[in-house]
Design a binder for this molecule. Structure first.
Ligand SMILES: C[S@@+](CC[C@H](N)C(=O)[O-])C[C@H]1O[C@@H](n2cnc3c(N)ncnc32)[C@H](O)[C@@H]1O
Length: 229
C-alpha cells in the first residue's frame, strides 16, 4: 500500500512521528505512526493558508515536515530552549514554557488564533493539561488540537522517573489519558491542573474528541488524542 504523503515526508526527515525507522545504522527510537492519523485530518486542508503551532522543537524534524507538507502555512513552534537557527520565511520559533500561562498569554496575543496545535513538548501530564486548558481558547472554531506521547500517562512506568528534568510521577486519576478518556465518556472535563474557567471553556467549545491507539512502541501505550473545536 502506498504511504500517505505526510508519512513519506516524516520518514524523509527521520521524524519519530512517521512510520519508518531510518536505515542509516543510527540508534533510533520507535516510530510512532502519528502521521497516519494526521493525514486523515490534515490532507484536505494542507494547501490552505493555515497557522500552525507546535509545542516542542527538539532537533527539528517535525518543523521541516510541517513546512514541506503545508506549503502555504505560517508555522510557530515553542520550546524552553532557543531554536532561532530554525527560523525561516514561514517558520518562527519562540522560547516559551508550556506550563507558564503568563508566558503563553504574551506569545498567543502576538500570534493570534491557530488552525492546528500539536503538543509534543515536555510530555509531563501537568504541562499537557495546563497547555490544553490555556491554549484551547486560541484555536480557531473548526480547528484541531492534538496531544502526542501519552505514554507518560502510564503511572507504574513513570513513578519516580524524570524527563527533561521534570518529575514524571502521577497521582491516581490525574493522568492525561485518564482525564481525556473520562471526558470522552462523560463529556465533562475534570482536571486538577486546569482552572474552573478553562474547564468551562473546554466543556462549551469541544466539538469532538477521539483517542487513537497506534502500534505499541517500546515506550508502552501509544495513544494520540484529537480534539476538534
Ligand atoms: C520530543 S521533543 C520535540 C520534538 C519535535 N516536535 C519533533 O517531532 O521533531 C520535546 C521538546 O520539548 C521541549 N520542552 C521540554 N519542556 C518544555 C516546556 N516546559 N515547554 C515547552 N517545551 C518544552 C524540549 O526542550 C524538547 O525540545
Amino acid at each position: 500500500m502506498k504511504e500517505d504523503l505526510l508519512s513519506q515526508i516524516a520518514n524523509k526527515y527521520a521524524s519519530d512521528k512517521g512510520t519508518k525507522i531510518p536505515d542509516d545504522g543510527g540508534n533510533h527510537g520507535p516510530r510512532l505512526h502519528f502521521t497516519t492519523k494526521y493525514s486523515e485530518y490534515m490532507e484536505s486542508i494542507r494547501n490552505e493558508k493555515l497557522t500552525i503551532l507546535e509545542i516542542g522543537i527538539g532537533s527539528g524534524p517535525s518543523l521541516k515536515m510541517w513546512y514541506d507538507y503545508f506549503p502555504n502555512a505560517t508555522i510557530h513552534a515553542i520550546d524552553v530552549d532557543n531554536h532561532a537557527n530554525m527560523n525561516n520565511e514561514r517558520v518562527t520559533t519562540h522560547i516559551c514554557d508550556q506550563s507558564d500561562r503568563v508566558a503563553m498569554f504574551k506569545l498567543m496575543e502576538s500570534i493570534g488564533e491557530v488552525d492546528i496545535l500539536i503538543d509534543d513538548g515536555s510530555h509531563v501530564i501537568a504541562h499537557q493539561q495546563i497547555s490544553l486548558g490555556f491554549l484551547f481558547q486560541y484555536v480557531k472554531k473548526g480547528g484541531q488540537y492534538w496531544l502526542e506521547d501519552l505514554h507518560t500517562s502510564d503511572r507504574e512506568v513513570w513513578q519516580g522517573k524524570t524527563l527533561y528534568g521534570y518529575d514524571m510521577s502521577i497521582k491516581e486519576g490525574e493522568s492525561t489519558v485518564e482525564v481525556l478518556e473520562d471526558y470522552i465518556n462523560t463529556k465533562e472535563m475534570k482536571s486538577a491542573f486546569m482552572t474552573k474557567k478553562e474547564i468551562s471553556y473546554l466543556n462549551e467549545n469541544i466539538v469532538d474528541m477521539k483517542m487513537f491507539e497506534l502500534p505499541k512502541s517500546h515506550w508502552g501505550i501509544n495513544k494520540l488524542c484529537y480534539i476538534q473545536k
